[in-house]
Design a protein around this ligand. Sequence first.
Ligand code: FES
Ligand code: FES
Length: 158
Amino acid sequence: MRLRFTVNGQPHEADDVWEGESLLYVLRERLGLPGSKNACEQGECGSCTVYLDGVPVCACLVAAGQAEGREVRTVEGLADGERLDPVQEAFVEAGAVQCGFCTPGLLVQTHDLLARRPRPSDAEIREALAGNLCRCTGYEKIMDAVRLAAQRTAEART
Ligand code: FES
Ligand code: FES
């Protein structure tokens, strides 16, 4: 099939796509967007999280054909040109990145959380990130990063 959809605000077309291949494969291998990571390919780790029509999904569980005509926003689309999103800056500043495999998914999920809950409690952060697994950091730096991102996002809005 020919897949037509929007990625990070730009229209894209991909030819000879097998309907059953994953959106994650299309993004990484056909469109050259390697930010979303392929860690488990079965919906367990959250490393491949992207927005699909504004809702975070595991791109490894979305068939390419399901993305036809829809809008995808990947971790590459969070930054404004060269300027990182406050969530991205906070992860860097808090030292919440080690191997980085989980980071793109955590960034998208945190971005979504703060859009819905600008000042989340620790319990709300844990719940929102429950589907994003990290085997390096022990999660404390990630919690610090999300708290910092919430603070920065709130400051940016005032
Ligand atoms: S690679 Fe998609 S959830 Fe792990
Ligand atoms: S930083 Fe390595 S899996 Fe999270």
